[in-house]
Design a protein around this ligand. Structure first.
Ligand SMILES: Nc1ncnc2c1ncn2[C@@H]1O[C@H](COP(=O)(O)OP(=O)(O)OP(=O)(O)O)[C@@H](O)[C@H]1O
Ligand SMILES: [Mn+2]
Length: 477
Protein backbone atom coordinates (compact mmCIF):
# COMPACT_ATOMS: atom_id res chain seq x y z
CA UNK A 1 0.00 0.00 0.00
CA UNK A 2 2.74 2.44 1.10
CA UNK A 3 4.64 1.48 -1.99
CA UNK A 4 1.64 2.29 -4.20
CA UNK A 5 1.13 5.69 -2.57
CA UNK A 6 4.80 6.51 -3.00
CA UNK A 7 4.80 5.51 -6.60
CA UNK A 8 1.62 7.53 -7.16
CA UNK A 9 3.26 10.47 -5.42
CA UNK A 10 6.51 10.19 -7.37
CA UNK A 11 4.59 9.99 -10.66
CA UNK A 12 2.73 13.17 -9.73
CA UNK A 13 5.89 15.03 -8.83
CA UNK A 14 7.54 13.88 -12.04
CA UNK A 15 4.58 15.02 -14.09
CA UNK A 16 4.58 18.36 -12.30
CA UNK A 17 8.32 18.80 -12.97
CA UNK A 18 7.97 17.91 -16.64
CA UNK A 19 5.06 20.32 -17.10
CA UNK A 20 7.00 23.08 -15.31
CA UNK A 21 10.08 22.48 -17.48
CA UNK A 22 8.02 22.56 -20.65
CA UNK A 23 6.37 25.79 -19.52
CA UNK A 24 9.69 27.45 -18.68
CA UNK A 25 11.11 26.42 -22.05
CA UNK A 26 8.03 27.61 -23.90
CA UNK A 27 8.23 30.90 -22.07
CA UNK A 28 11.89 31.31 -23.01
CA UNK A 29 11.19 30.41 -26.61
CA UNK A 30 8.18 32.69 -26.79
CA UNK A 31 10.10 35.65 -25.45
CA UNK A 32 13.05 35.03 -27.71
CA UNK A 33 11.27 34.19 -30.91
CA UNK A 34 8.00 36.02 -30.77
CA UNK A 35 8.28 39.79 -30.77
CA UNK A 36 4.74 40.08 -29.48
CA UNK A 37 5.25 37.60 -26.70
CA UNK A 38 7.12 40.01 -24.47
CA UNK A 39 4.27 42.35 -23.57
CA UNK A 40 2.10 39.32 -22.71
CA UNK A 41 4.74 37.88 -20.46
CA UNK A 42 4.77 41.17 -18.59
CA UNK A 43 1.71 39.92 -16.74
CA UNK A 44 3.54 36.92 -15.34
CA UNK A 45 1.99 35.41 -12.22
CA UNK A 46 3.39 36.62 -8.93
CA UNK A 47 5.13 33.38 -8.05
CA UNK A 48 7.48 33.93 -11.01
CA UNK A 49 8.62 37.27 -9.67
CA UNK A 50 11.15 36.03 -7.19
CA UNK A 51 12.52 33.32 -9.44
CA UNK A 52 16.26 33.76 -9.72
CA UNK A 53 16.94 30.90 -12.06
CA UNK A 54 18.71 31.40 -15.35
CA UNK A 55 16.66 30.64 -18.41
CA UNK A 56 18.81 28.89 -20.99
CA UNK A 57 18.06 28.53 -24.62
CA UNK A 58 20.24 28.03 -27.62
CA UNK A 59 17.99 30.58 -29.32
CA UNK A 60 19.31 33.31 -27.04
CA UNK A 61 22.30 34.82 -28.76
CA UNK A 62 23.91 36.56 -25.79
CA UNK A 63 23.38 36.92 -22.05
CA UNK A 64 20.75 39.48 -21.10
CA UNK A 65 18.23 40.50 -18.49
CA UNK A 66 14.62 40.45 -19.61
CA UNK A 67 12.45 42.85 -17.66
CA UNK A 68 8.90 42.16 -16.61
CA UNK A 69 6.44 44.99 -16.14
CA UNK A 70 6.76 44.87 -12.34
CA UNK A 71 10.46 45.72 -12.74
CA UNK A 72 11.76 42.24 -11.91
CA UNK A 73 14.50 40.79 -14.07
CA UNK A 74 15.11 37.36 -15.56
CA UNK A 75 18.53 36.20 -16.67
CA UNK A 76 18.46 34.72 -20.16
CA UNK A 77 21.55 33.01 -21.47
CA UNK A 78 22.92 30.52 -23.94
CA UNK A 79 26.21 29.98 -22.12
CA UNK A 80 24.94 26.90 -20.33
CA UNK A 81 27.15 25.91 -17.40
CA UNK A 82 30.18 27.30 -19.18
CA UNK A 83 30.66 30.04 -16.72
CA UNK A 84 29.18 29.48 -13.25
CA UNK A 85 31.11 32.53 -12.00
CA UNK A 86 29.29 34.72 -14.47
CA UNK A 87 25.93 33.58 -13.11
CA UNK A 88 26.90 34.27 -9.54
CA UNK A 89 27.85 37.82 -10.59
CA UNK A 90 24.64 38.32 -12.55
CA UNK A 91 22.60 36.93 -9.70
CA UNK A 92 24.32 39.28 -7.26
CA UNK A 93 23.60 42.22 -9.58
CA UNK A 94 19.95 41.20 -9.67
CA UNK A 95 19.75 41.00 -5.89
CA UNK A 96 21.41 44.39 -5.45
CA UNK A 97 19.09 45.81 -8.11
CA UNK A 98 16.02 44.59 -6.20
CA UNK A 99 17.34 46.22 -3.03
CA UNK A 100 18.06 49.53 -4.75
CA UNK A 101 14.62 49.45 -6.31
CA UNK A 102 13.01 49.07 -2.91
CA UNK A 103 15.00 52.00 -1.50
CA UNK A 104 12.83 54.30 -3.59
CA UNK A 105 15.26 57.18 -3.26
CA UNK A 106 14.79 60.21 -5.43
CA UNK A 107 17.66 61.92 -7.13
CA UNK A 108 18.60 65.51 -6.46
CA UNK A 109 20.49 68.24 -8.29
CA UNK A 110 19.78 66.80 -11.73
CA UNK A 111 17.53 69.74 -12.57
CA UNK A 112 20.48 72.13 -12.66
CA UNK A 113 22.03 70.13 -15.48
CA UNK A 114 18.78 69.67 -17.37
CA UNK A 115 17.87 73.34 -17.09
CA UNK A 116 21.29 74.43 -18.31
CA UNK A 117 20.96 72.27 -21.42
CA UNK A 118 17.38 73.43 -21.93
CA UNK A 119 18.50 77.04 -21.79
CA UNK A 120 21.28 76.44 -24.30
CA UNK A 121 18.99 74.57 -26.67
CA UNK A 122 16.24 77.15 -26.56
CA UNK A 123 18.66 79.88 -27.64
CA UNK A 124 18.53 80.36 -31.35
CA UNK A 125 18.82 84.12 -31.55
CA UNK A 126 19.31 83.99 -35.28
CA UNK A 127 15.92 82.45 -35.87
CA UNK A 128 14.57 85.79 -37.01
CA UNK A 129 17.71 87.09 -38.72
CA UNK A 130 19.76 86.01 -41.65
CA UNK A 131 22.66 83.72 -40.74
CA UNK A 132 26.16 84.36 -42.02
CA UNK A 133 26.68 80.78 -43.17
CA UNK A 134 30.32 81.26 -44.16
CA UNK A 135 31.34 82.13 -40.63
CA UNK A 136 28.76 80.09 -38.81
CA UNK A 137 30.46 76.73 -38.37
CA UNK A 138 33.67 77.84 -36.65
CA UNK A 139 32.09 77.35 -33.21
CA UNK A 140 30.89 73.85 -34.10
CA UNK A 141 34.47 73.01 -35.11
CA UNK A 142 35.44 73.43 -31.45
CA UNK A 143 33.10 70.63 -30.31
CA UNK A 144 33.26 69.00 -27.83
CA UNK A 145 33.05 72.03 -25.56
CA UNK A 146 32.61 72.05 -21.82
CA UNK A 147 29.03 72.13 -20.55
CA UNK A 148 29.45 75.33 -18.60
CA UNK A 149 31.30 77.24 -21.30
CA UNK A 150 30.08 80.12 -23.43
CA UNK A 151 30.54 77.91 -26.46
CA UNK A 152 27.95 75.55 -25.04
CA UNK A 153 25.43 78.38 -25.18
CA UNK A 154 25.63 78.20 -28.97
CA UNK A 155 24.45 74.57 -29.12
CA UNK A 156 20.83 75.61 -29.74
CA UNK A 157 21.86 77.79 -32.63
CA UNK A 158 24.06 75.09 -34.16
CA UNK A 159 21.25 72.54 -34.01
CA UNK A 160 18.76 75.06 -35.33
CA UNK A 161 20.87 75.96 -38.35
CA UNK A 162 22.00 72.38 -39.06
CA UNK A 163 18.31 71.51 -39.25
CA UNK A 164 17.64 74.14 -41.92
CA UNK A 165 20.90 74.85 -43.73
CA UNK A 166 20.71 74.20 -47.41
CA UNK A 167 22.33 70.99 -48.63
CA UNK A 168 24.82 71.90 -51.38
CA UNK A 169 26.23 68.47 -52.19
CA UNK A 170 25.21 64.89 -51.48
CA UNK A 171 27.37 61.88 -52.09
CA UNK A 172 27.43 58.28 -51.10
CA UNK A 173 29.52 57.95 -47.95
CA UNK A 174 32.26 55.33 -48.08
CA UNK A 175 32.70 55.39 -44.32
CA UNK A 176 31.63 52.29 -42.38
CA UNK A 177 29.44 49.52 -43.73
CA UNK A 178 25.88 50.91 -43.56
CA UNK A 179 24.06 53.23 -45.91
CA UNK A 180 24.65 56.91 -45.25
CA UNK A 181 24.80 60.08 -47.30
CA UNK A 182 27.62 62.57 -46.89
CA UNK A 183 26.25 66.08 -47.25
CA UNK A 184 27.90 69.47 -47.49
CA UNK A 185 25.80 72.12 -45.80
CA UNK A 186 25.61 75.79 -46.63
CA UNK A 187 28.74 77.36 -45.16
CA UNK A 188 30.84 74.25 -45.79
CA UNK A 189 30.04 72.04 -42.81
CA UNK A 190 30.11 68.33 -43.68
CA UNK A 191 27.60 65.95 -42.15
CA UNK A 192 26.50 62.34 -42.42
CA UNK A 193 22.82 61.67 -42.97
CA UNK A 194 21.67 58.28 -41.67
CA UNK A 195 18.16 57.75 -43.05
CA UNK A 196 15.24 56.31 -41.09
CA UNK A 197 14.77 52.59 -41.63
CA UNK A 198 12.28 52.10 -38.83
CA UNK A 199 9.51 53.91 -36.97
CA UNK A 200 10.47 55.03 -33.43
CA UNK A 201 8.55 52.18 -31.79
CA UNK A 202 10.30 49.33 -33.61
CA UNK A 203 11.21 46.25 -31.55
CA UNK A 204 14.35 44.42 -32.62
CA UNK A 205 14.55 40.82 -31.45
CA UNK A 206 17.41 38.37 -31.77
CA UNK A 207 21.07 39.32 -31.56
CA UNK A 208 21.99 42.24 -29.34
CA UNK A 209 23.59 44.00 -32.32
CA UNK A 210 20.83 43.06 -34.77
CA UNK A 211 18.77 45.19 -37.11
CA UNK A 212 19.69 48.26 -39.06
CA UNK A 213 20.65 51.65 -37.66
CA UNK A 214 17.99 53.41 -35.61
CA UNK A 215 18.15 57.07 -36.60
CA UNK A 216 16.09 58.09 -33.55
CA UNK A 217 18.53 56.16 -31.35
CA UNK A 218 21.49 57.99 -32.83
CA UNK A 219 19.83 61.32 -32.04
CA UNK A 220 18.63 60.35 -28.55
CA UNK A 221 22.12 59.03 -27.75
CA UNK A 222 23.58 62.46 -28.52
CA UNK A 223 21.22 64.23 -26.11
CA UNK A 224 21.76 61.57 -23.45
CA UNK A 225 25.48 61.93 -23.92
CA UNK A 226 25.21 65.59 -23.01
CA UNK A 227 22.85 65.09 -20.08
CA UNK A 228 25.27 62.65 -18.47
CA UNK A 229 28.21 64.95 -19.14
CA UNK A 230 30.09 62.69 -21.54
CA UNK A 231 30.15 65.31 -24.29
CA UNK A 232 31.87 62.82 -26.53
CA UNK A 233 29.29 62.10 -29.25
CA UNK A 234 29.39 64.19 -32.42
CA UNK A 235 26.69 66.84 -32.74
CA UNK A 236 23.60 64.99 -33.97
CA UNK A 237 20.05 66.10 -34.71
CA UNK A 238 16.89 64.97 -36.39
CA UNK A 239 16.17 66.36 -39.82
CA UNK A 240 13.35 65.69 -42.23
CA UNK A 241 14.56 66.16 -45.80
CA UNK A 242 12.83 66.27 -49.11
CA UNK A 243 14.77 63.45 -50.70
CA UNK A 244 14.09 64.62 -54.20
CA UNK A 245 14.67 68.34 -53.79
CA UNK A 246 17.42 68.35 -51.14
CA UNK A 247 19.42 65.17 -51.86
CA UNK A 248 18.71 63.80 -55.35
CA UNK A 249 19.05 67.26 -56.93
CA UNK A 250 22.55 67.62 -55.47
CA UNK A 251 23.64 63.99 -55.65
CA UNK A 252 26.72 62.65 -57.40
CA UNK A 253 26.04 60.34 -60.32
CA UNK A 254 27.02 57.28 -58.32
CA UNK A 255 24.42 58.05 -55.66
CA UNK A 256 21.81 59.16 -58.19
CA UNK A 257 21.95 55.79 -59.91
CA UNK A 258 20.60 54.07 -56.81
CA UNK A 259 17.37 56.13 -56.68
CA UNK A 260 14.02 54.88 -57.92
CA UNK A 261 10.29 55.16 -57.19
CA UNK A 262 8.38 52.22 -55.72
CA UNK A 263 4.89 51.14 -56.79
CA UNK A 264 3.28 53.71 -54.49
CA UNK A 265 5.45 56.43 -55.98
CA UNK A 266 7.58 56.79 -52.85
CA UNK A 267 11.15 57.84 -53.58
CA UNK A 268 13.68 55.16 -52.57
CA UNK A 269 17.45 54.69 -52.75
CA UNK A 270 19.97 52.07 -51.68
CA UNK A 271 23.39 53.72 -52.04
CA UNK A 272 26.74 52.00 -52.33
CA UNK A 273 28.16 50.35 -49.21
CA UNK A 274 29.05 46.95 -47.78
CA UNK A 275 25.45 46.21 -46.79
CA UNK A 276 23.81 48.19 -49.63
CA UNK A 277 21.67 46.13 -52.00
CA UNK A 278 19.15 47.18 -54.63
CA UNK A 279 16.74 44.68 -53.03
CA UNK A 280 17.07 46.47 -49.70
CA UNK A 281 16.33 50.15 -50.29
CA UNK A 282 15.27 52.80 -47.82
CA UNK A 283 12.12 54.66 -48.86
CA UNK A 284 10.68 58.08 -48.19
CA UNK A 285 7.01 58.68 -47.63
CA UNK A 286 6.36 60.33 -50.92
CA UNK A 287 9.45 62.51 -51.06
CA UNK A 288 10.03 63.12 -47.37
CA UNK A 289 12.36 61.09 -45.22
CA UNK A 290 13.54 61.53 -41.63
CA UNK A 291 17.06 60.85 -40.54
CA UNK A 292 19.88 61.58 -38.16
CA UNK A 293 22.22 64.32 -39.31
CA UNK A 294 25.63 63.90 -37.71
CA UNK A 295 28.13 66.72 -38.02
CA UNK A 296 31.62 65.58 -38.87
CA UNK A 297 34.12 66.15 -36.08
CA UNK A 298 36.93 68.45 -36.97
CA UNK A 299 39.52 66.13 -35.39
CA UNK A 300 42.08 63.62 -36.51
CA UNK A 301 41.01 60.26 -35.17
CA UNK A 302 42.64 56.87 -34.77
CA UNK A 303 40.80 53.62 -34.28
CA UNK A 304 41.57 50.83 -31.85
CA UNK A 305 39.73 47.54 -31.46
CA UNK A 306 37.50 47.13 -28.41
CA UNK A 307 38.91 44.22 -26.34
CA UNK A 308 35.27 43.40 -25.40
CA UNK A 309 34.08 43.27 -29.01
CA UNK A 310 31.69 40.56 -30.15
CA UNK A 311 32.55 37.80 -32.60
CA UNK A 312 29.39 38.55 -34.63
CA UNK A 313 29.04 34.81 -35.04
CA UNK A 314 26.12 33.41 -33.09
CA UNK A 315 27.73 30.09 -32.25
CA UNK A 316 31.16 31.44 -31.36
CA UNK A 317 31.74 33.22 -28.06
CA UNK A 318 34.47 35.76 -27.50
CA UNK A 319 36.74 34.97 -24.57
CA UNK A 320 35.39 37.91 -22.55
CA UNK A 321 31.95 36.27 -22.63
CA UNK A 322 33.03 33.18 -20.70
CA UNK A 323 36.20 34.25 -18.90
CA UNK A 324 35.30 36.19 -15.77
CA UNK A 325 38.98 37.15 -15.27
CA UNK A 326 39.20 38.62 -18.76
CA UNK A 327 40.01 42.04 -17.35
CA UNK A 328 43.38 40.93 -16.04
CA UNK A 329 44.13 39.49 -19.48
CA UNK A 330 43.32 42.87 -21.05
CA UNK A 331 45.42 44.71 -18.52
CA UNK A 332 48.41 42.56 -19.46
CA UNK A 333 47.91 43.76 -23.01
CA UNK A 334 50.27 46.60 -23.76
CA UNK A 335 47.71 49.02 -25.18
CA UNK A 336 45.53 49.38 -22.13
CA UNK A 337 47.93 48.62 -19.31
CA UNK A 338 49.89 51.71 -20.26
CA UNK A 339 47.21 53.86 -18.81
CA UNK A 340 44.72 52.95 -16.14
CA UNK A 341 42.81 55.97 -17.34
CA UNK A 342 42.18 54.20 -20.64
CA UNK A 343 40.45 51.40 -18.79
CA UNK A 344 38.26 53.91 -16.97
CA UNK A 345 37.37 55.41 -20.36
CA UNK A 346 36.40 51.96 -21.64
CA UNK A 347 34.22 51.35 -18.56
CA UNK A 348 32.53 54.73 -19.12
CA UNK A 349 31.81 53.81 -22.74
CA UNK A 350 30.43 50.42 -21.65
CA UNK A 351 28.10 52.10 -19.17
CA UNK A 352 26.82 54.48 -21.82
CA UNK A 353 26.33 51.66 -24.32
CA UNK A 354 24.51 49.55 -21.74
CA UNK A 355 22.11 52.42 -21.02
CA UNK A 356 21.20 52.88 -24.69
CA UNK A 357 21.39 49.15 -25.51
CA UNK A 358 24.20 49.43 -28.05
CA UNK A 359 26.03 46.10 -28.30
CA UNK A 360 27.89 47.09 -31.46
CA UNK A 361 30.88 49.06 -30.17
CA UNK A 362 33.45 47.05 -32.11
CA UNK A 363 36.03 49.83 -32.23
CA UNK A 364 36.95 52.91 -30.26
CA UNK A 365 37.58 56.17 -32.04
CA UNK A 366 40.26 58.14 -30.23
CA UNK A 367 42.11 61.36 -30.79
CA UNK A 368 45.01 60.68 -33.14
CA UNK A 369 47.16 62.98 -31.03
CA UNK A 370 47.35 61.28 -27.64
CA UNK A 371 48.24 64.56 -25.98
CA UNK A 372 45.00 66.12 -27.09
CA UNK A 373 42.18 65.22 -24.70
CA UNK A 374 38.57 66.31 -24.40
CA UNK A 375 37.64 68.26 -21.28
CA UNK A 376 38.84 66.72 -18.07
CA UNK A 377 35.23 66.50 -16.91
CA UNK A 378 34.18 64.19 -19.73
CA UNK A 379 33.66 60.58 -18.64
CA UNK A 380 35.06 58.80 -21.65
CA UNK A 381 37.83 61.41 -22.13
CA UNK A 382 39.94 60.07 -24.99
CA UNK A 383 37.20 58.03 -26.69
CA UNK A 384 34.62 59.61 -28.98
CA UNK A 385 31.21 58.00 -29.02
CA UNK A 386 30.83 57.85 -32.78
CA UNK A 387 28.19 55.51 -34.23
CA UNK A 388 25.33 55.11 -31.79
CA UNK A 389 22.86 53.85 -34.37
CA UNK A 390 22.43 50.38 -32.92
CA UNK A 391 20.67 51.67 -29.85
CA UNK A 392 17.15 51.62 -28.38
CA UNK A 393 16.13 48.51 -30.30
CA UNK A 394 14.41 46.65 -27.47
CA UNK A 395 13.15 48.27 -24.28
CA UNK A 396 12.41 44.96 -22.53
CA UNK A 397 15.91 43.55 -22.84
CA UNK A 398 18.99 44.77 -21.01
CA UNK A 399 22.15 43.46 -22.65
CA UNK A 400 23.97 43.04 -19.36
CA UNK A 401 27.08 41.64 -21.05
CA UNK A 402 27.79 45.13 -22.42
CA UNK A 403 28.66 45.93 -18.79
CA UNK A 404 31.39 43.25 -18.73
CA UNK A 405 34.21 45.84 -18.45
CA UNK A 406 32.52 47.12 -15.27
CA UNK A 407 31.76 43.81 -13.55
CA UNK A 408 35.01 42.22 -14.67
CA UNK A 409 37.33 45.11 -13.84
CA UNK A 410 35.27 46.62 -10.99
CA UNK A 411 36.54 50.15 -11.54
CA UNK A 412 34.65 53.34 -12.25
CA UNK A 413 35.53 57.02 -12.17
CA UNK A 414 34.13 58.84 -9.16
CA UNK A 415 32.74 61.67 -11.30
CA UNK A 416 30.75 59.22 -13.43
CA UNK A 417 29.52 57.37 -10.35
CA UNK A 418 28.31 60.66 -8.84
CA UNK A 419 26.63 61.68 -12.10
CA UNK A 420 24.77 58.38 -12.35
CA UNK A 421 23.52 58.78 -8.79
CA UNK A 422 22.35 62.26 -9.61
CA UNK A 423 20.06 60.89 -12.33
CA UNK A 424 18.71 57.94 -10.39
CA UNK A 425 15.01 57.57 -11.25
CA UNK A 426 14.93 60.69 -13.43
CA UNK A 427 17.10 59.87 -16.44
CA UNK A 428 14.15 58.97 -18.69
CA UNK A 429 12.26 62.12 -17.94
CA UNK A 430 15.41 64.24 -18.30
CA UNK A 431 16.06 62.81 -21.76
CA UNK A 432 12.42 63.31 -22.69
CA UNK A 433 12.61 66.98 -21.70
CA UNK A 434 15.77 67.57 -23.74
CA UNK A 435 14.63 65.51 -26.74
CA UNK A 436 11.58 67.74 -26.98
CA UNK A 437 13.82 70.32 -28.62
CA UNK A 438 14.45 68.04 -31.56
CA UNK A 439 12.24 68.39 -34.63
CA UNK A 440 11.69 64.62 -34.71
CA UNK A 441 10.51 64.42 -31.08
CA UNK A 442 9.19 62.38 -29.40
CA UNK A 443 12.30 60.33 -30.14
CA UNK A 444 11.76 57.48 -27.71
CA UNK A 445 8.72 55.54 -26.57
CA UNK A 446 7.83 55.64 -22.88
CA UNK A 447 9.10 52.04 -22.60
CA UNK A 448 12.56 53.15 -23.72
CA UNK A 449 12.50 56.09 -21.32
CA UNK A 450 11.66 53.85 -18.37
CA UNK A 451 14.23 51.29 -19.56
CA UNK A 452 16.85 54.01 -19.09
CA UNK A 453 15.95 54.36 -15.42
CA UNK A 454 15.94 50.60 -14.93
CA UNK A 455 19.34 50.25 -16.62
CA UNK A 456 20.81 53.10 -14.62
CA UNK A 457 19.80 51.24 -11.46
CA UNK A 458 21.39 48.05 -12.85
CA UNK A 459 24.66 49.96 -13.34
CA UNK A 460 24.51 51.21 -9.75
CA UNK A 461 23.69 47.67 -8.59
CA UNK A 462 26.77 46.41 -10.45
CA UNK A 463 28.94 48.97 -8.69
CA UNK A 464 27.43 47.75 -5.39
CA UNK A 465 28.39 44.17 -6.24
CA UNK A 466 31.95 45.38 -6.85
CA UNK A 467 31.89 47.19 -3.50
CA UNK A 468 30.84 43.89 -1.89
CA UNK A 469 34.02 42.32 -3.26
CA UNK A 470 36.59 45.12 -3.10
CA UNK A 471 37.25 48.21 -1.02
CA UNK A 472 35.77 51.53 -2.05
CA UNK A 473 39.22 52.90 -2.93
CA UNK A 474 39.77 50.06 -5.37
CA UNK A 475 36.42 50.47 -7.11
CA UNK A 476 35.62 54.18 -7.19
CA UNK A 477 38.61 56.09 -8.55
N1 LIG B 1 30.76 62.61 -36.85
C1 LIG B 1 31.85 62.01 -37.28
N2 LIG B 1 33.02 62.66 -37.23
C2 LIG B 1 34.15 62.07 -37.68
N3 LIG B 1 34.20 60.84 -38.20
C3 LIG B 1 33.06 60.14 -38.27
C4 LIG B 1 31.83 60.70 -37.81
N4 LIG B 1 30.86 59.78 -38.01
C5 LIG B 1 31.45 58.73 -38.55
N5 LIG B 1 32.77 58.93 -38.72
C6 LIG B 1 33.74 57.99 -39.31
O1 LIG B 1 33.08 57.16 -40.21
C7 LIG B 1 33.13 55.81 -39.79
C8 LIG B 1 31.83 55.12 -40.09
O2 LIG B 1 30.76 55.72 -39.40
P1 LIG B 1 29.75 54.83 -38.58
O3 LIG B 1 30.53 54.00 -37.61
O4 LIG B 1 28.71 55.71 -38.04
O5 LIG B 1 29.15 53.93 -39.73
P2 LIG B 1 28.71 52.42 -39.77
O6 LIG B 1 28.29 52.16 -41.16
O7 LIG B 1 27.75 52.14 -38.69
O8 LIG B 1 30.08 51.68 -39.48
P3 LIG B 1 30.31 50.21 -38.93
O9 LIG B 1 29.73 49.28 -39.90
O10 LIG B 1 31.80 50.12 -38.84
O11 LIG B 1 29.63 50.11 -37.60
C9 LIG B 1 33.47 55.87 -38.30
O12 LIG B 1 34.17 54.73 -37.87
C10 LIG B 1 34.31 57.13 -38.21
O13 LIG B 1 35.66 56.86 -38.49
MN1 LIG C 1 27.70 50.84 -37.07
Amino acid sequence: MICVIRRYHVTNVMAFLIVTMIMVNLYALAVVIGGRAIPESRNAPHDQKKSDQVIFSSNITSTRFVALEDGSLHIFSNLKLKSPNLYSVLDAIKRRYNELQEENRTAGHYLRVVNRIKRALSLSSHSGNKIDADNFWSTAAGWPFPMDSNQFQSMGEILWFANRAQILQAKNSKRGTQLKVEVVLEGGQVGLFKPAWYPHGVVINGTAYGGKDRHFGEIAAFYLNQILGYNSAPITLGRRVNLSREILNFATDQLKETFFRDRDNNLCFYGVCYYCKSTDPVCAQGDNIDGALILLLDKKLRIIANPWRRTYKEKIQASWETDISFCSTVLKDSNLSKRNEALLDVVAVAIFDFLVGNADRHHFEMYADVKEQPTSKSHSRSIFLIDNGKSFGNSDEDYIDILAPLYQCCKIRRSLFLTLNKFRGVLGKSLEAISNFDTLSPLLTKHHLSALDRRLLIVLATVQVCLDRYSQDEVIL
